[in-house]
Design a protein around this ligand. Structure first.
Ligand code: ADP
Ligand code: ZN
Ligand code: ZN
Length: 814
């Protein structure tokens, strides 16, 4: 189904387009006639009639004859060309591979990849017609009419009306028949390149008389040395459009319309020059540069602060020099303003930023820019791996172990690392996976020699990693210290002496959950099987909130089970730590860094710069603190509740805990003074804690890999997770059972190279009033495609209210 890049100009003979339409449940292509004189090619976005709707779709192929199965009398014509040349030639193969591997219809992959607003469906809408007098109407008809009249113009989508009224079709037909209303199709909104007026400086005719003001304008334009947006000139010169028009009439300037780009601008940063590499950095870079044309993957393994970013920057520079574009993927852009600033300082205007937080216009324009043969540095999150990226020369994944590279919902549940590997091989360009704590699968691939291993074993300037002291919290209880801060940590905070500290709490909110001290009842969300979290507003008004569905309720006065008044928050969240710090250490200024305090755009950056500027002594935060923060004044890191990371119902809990704890520890001692880390836990003997303490990745990884072997967990085997949910608990379990049974008949399962685990209720058995079940498939990657093909058809067997989603290589099992 790859689009054929043949331009059909149907002046001479009739031509047809095979179109992949954007309509739920439709996966095969439909044939349309290309109107005379239109130039259409594979990859164009077009508008077509589809049933009673107008939908958008992608032209897969231009045909000169009608396929025999299509009736020439019934073939409809294309309605419009919406957008052209949105995909480079070899890009389509990437989308097809994603569709195939992740068991997702191609159009759904296209929808995920494209910037919003390019595809879309028309809407059938209803509006009132001008009328004199109202004929007799049925009761329902009157009711609907009154509803429509209550809004001026009375213009609604049919869909909305269907949601408001149980039966709308009959009264609607009645009103339409009597000429009181009309229905019409509203076209999908269109994303277009933005145009703006710019002022172009021309050579004026000699001898023209110019006023003082006109001369100043010309002088300004000369100084700018570029075409300036009209609005900018008006503002800078405090002048009027009429003045500019007079200058244009005299032939000194021209005012023309030009396409302009909506791009994220970022803050201004001082330019920066490449550093002289350390021997380890130089060796790593050299190896990468030796393989610029053969699609190799590199693991760049270096402790925090070992200079990985400097290696990226110099590899990118080499890529740009060859006239190619580099893609730098980061887990979450908001959390890494420092990295973005460093790239901008080095490459300035050549930087493009792409993530889902951009406006639709910005995403569209960035997409278009990456279609041009112009060397750029694109920095972005997971979805940036789906950009067209013409002339791509290098891909880098920073913090490659990070779980946010995987999409768990909706399909395609792609992993940016996997897609990056495909693109690297397709284009024969290097892929660099950088991290201090590799994913176990990446580590194993490096051990087996499937990917190239590069190591930066030391911190820059031979700074040592901060020593980690493990505190046994059981002993604290024994010593009657009921604080969340161990005595050792309290002492360290007391002696900060002007240096800064980070306290890491792996949860947000005031506490983890609320329970009754009399009967032990914990408060749960009525819609999801997860506990509610207490949030403090102001001093004491407390709200309970569900982190999955957003349900909220006031903090009850008494236990709903036994009416006891001793209902109390349990465990420590960031907010409680801040409260305790304020009480114990009134002299310390404290900042909180978590998803509650960083909701506004740019607030990450703001909080970080306030901390960097020394406006606070202590920063208390969640997982967000683990990423990309490089602050030289941080001398102390406290980890308050390591245990909640160790005890998750997930086979990867150990691996994740090691990664998070090591990353947090690495925030300390990045300046000239040696740092220190205090790690509090109730299980100091746990092997993850022991390995973190010694920074001993190798021993930990070897042990973890051998533990997973007998269980057949990845990377020793492959997993596919089928998730089912429905508002009806009976239906979802019955469907899950039926599917599991049917899976048994598929060849790889019947032959025993794959096995079915479950079905079982999900660990979180209900979210937003939908009951959740899972089926886990485990087996050999060799027979994967045999199985995945069959899985795509399972959806048709689910009852309408039961949703099935397929997650290949799942990371999230909750
Ligand atoms: P990582 O990405 O591994 O955490 P960075 O590249 O951020 O490490 O380097 C840590 C610090 O050392 C940064 O402040 C960086 O500017 C500095 N640095 C990196 N490479 C060099 C070098 N070759 N010479 C001097 N300073 C360096
Ligand atoms: Zn109770
Ligand atoms: Zn909920």
């Amino acid at each position: 189904m790859t689009p054929v890049y043949l331009i059909a100009s149907s002046d001479e003979c009739p031509a047809y387009a095979s179109v992949l339409v954007d309509c739920p449940g439709v996966s095969e292509a439909y044939t349309y006639q290309i109107p005379r004189g239109w130039r259409v090619q594979g990859g164009d976005v077009v508008e077509v009639p589809f049933g009673a709707q107008v939908v958008r779709g992608i032209v897969l192929e231009v045909l000169t004859t009608l396929p025999p199965a299509v009736d020439s009398q019934r073939v409809k014509a294309l309605l419009a060309i919406v957008d052209q040349r949105l995909f480079p030639k070899d890009y389509w193969a990437v989308l097809e591979q994603i569709a195939q591997y992740y068991c997702t219809p191609l159009i759904q992959v296209v929808r995920t990849a494209l910037p919003p607003g390019v595809l879309g469906r028309s809407q059938r809408r209803v509006r009132l017609r001008p009328q004199q007098g109202i004929p007799p109407l049925s009761e329902q008809g009157q009711h609907l009419l009154r509803f429509l009249q209550s809004k001026s113009g009375g213009d609604y989508s049919v869909r909305y009306l269907q949601q408001q009224f149980s039966k709308v079709q009959r009264p609607l037909s009645e009103l339409e028949r009597l000429g009181l209303v009309e229905t019409y199709l509203a076209a999908p909104s269109t994303q277009q390149p933005k145009r703006q007026q710019v002022v172009v400086l021309l050579r004026g005719k000699a001898g023209e008389e110019l006023t003082q003001r006109q001369r100043r304008i010309l002088h300004y334009l000369q100084q700018q040395g570029r075409d300036c947006p009209l609005q900018e000139v008006l503002k800078a010169m405090g002048t009027t459009p009429a003045t500019l028009r007079r200058l244009a009439d005299k032939g000194y300037i021209a005012i023309v319309e030009q396409q302009c780009c909506r791009l994220e601008q970022g803050v201004a940063v001082a330019p920066d020059a490449p550093k002289v590499l350390t021997p380890a950095q130089a060796t790593a870079l050299e190896q990468i540069l030796q393989h610029l044309e053969d699609g190799k993957t590199f693991l760049l393994h270096g402790v925090t602060g070992s200079g990985k970013t400097e290696v990226y920057l110099q590899a990118i520079a080499a890529c740009l020099q060859r006239g190619k574009t580099a893609l730098l993927l980061v887990p979450e852009i908001g959390l890494t303003p420092q990295l973005t600033d460093r790239v901008r300082a080095r490459f300035g205007q050549r930087l493009l930023v792409y993530h889902s937080g951009l406006s639709e216009g910005e995403r569209y324009d960035t997409w278009r820019l990456t279609l041009l043969q112009e060397p750029r540095v694109v920095i972005g999150t997971r979805s940036a791996v789906l950009l067209p990226l013409v002339g791509l020369g290098l891909i880098i994944l920073d913090e490659e172990h990070d779980g946010s590279y995987k999409q768990d919902h909706p399909q395609p549940c792609y992993h940016a690392r996997t897609v990056a590997e495909w693109r690297s091989r397709q284009q024969s360009i290097p892929l660099i996976l950088g991290t201090a704590t590799p994913a176990l699968s990446t580590w194993q691939a490096a051990q087996l020699g499937q990917i190239h291993y590069l190591s930066l074993p030391e911190r820059i300037h031979s700074r040592s990693l901060p020593p980690i002291t493990v505190v046994d919290m059981r002993q604290e209880l024994f010593r009657k210290n009921y604080s969340m801060l161990s005595l050792l940590l309290q002492e360290a905070l007391d002696r900060l002496n002007g240096q800064q500290a980070i306290l890491f709490v792996p949860r947000r909110g005031y506490s983890t959950f609320v329970s009754c001290r009399s009967c032990g009842t914990a408060l749960y969300c009525p819609h999801c099987s997860v506990s509610l979290t207490a949030h403090l507003f102001g001093d004491n008004i407390t709200v309970l909130r569900c982190h999955y569905c957003g349900y909220q309720q006031a903090f009850p006065q008494r236990c709903p089970n036994c009416d006891s008044p001793y209902l109390k928050p349990f465990g420590g969240g960031t907010q409680r730590v801040v409260t305790e710090l304020n009480q114990r250490f009134p002299q310390l200024r404290v900042l909180r860094f978590d998803s509650d305090t960083t909701q506004r755009q740019g607030s990450h950056r703001q909080l970080l710069s306030r901390f960097a500027a020394g406006e606070a002594d202590v920063m208390v935060g969640t997982q967000m603190l683990t990423k990309g923060i490089d602050l030289p004044q941080v001398a102390l890191v406290g980890i308050l509740a390591a245990d909640s990371l160790l005890h998750l119902p997930d086979y990867q809990a150990g691996e994740r805990a090691f990664q998070v704890l090591t990353q947090v520890a690495g925030r300390s001692g990045r300046g000239s003074s040696p740092g220190r880390v205090i790690l509090q836990t109730y299980v100091p003997e746990h092997r993850v804690i022991q390995a973190v303490k010694e920074y001993d990745w190798k021993t930990f990884a070897t042990q973890e890999l051998s533990d997973r072997q007998p269980l057949g967990y990845p990377p020793h085997a492959q997993l596919i997770l089928l998730r089912l949910n429905s508002p009806d608990p009976e239906q979802v379990s019955t469907t899950a059972l039926a599917i599991a049974q049917q899976l048994q008949t598929l060849p790889p399962i019947a032959e025993g190279t794959w096995e079915v685990l479950g079905p079982a209720p999900a660990a979180i058995a209900k979210i937003a009033d939908r009951y959740r079940w899972q089926i886990l498939l485990k087996g050999s990657p060799k027979n994967f495609y045999q199985l995945s093909k069959a899985l795509c058809d399972l959806k048709d067997q689910c009852p309408r209210s039961t949703r099935l989603s397929i997650d290949v290589d799942p990371l999230n099992f909750l």
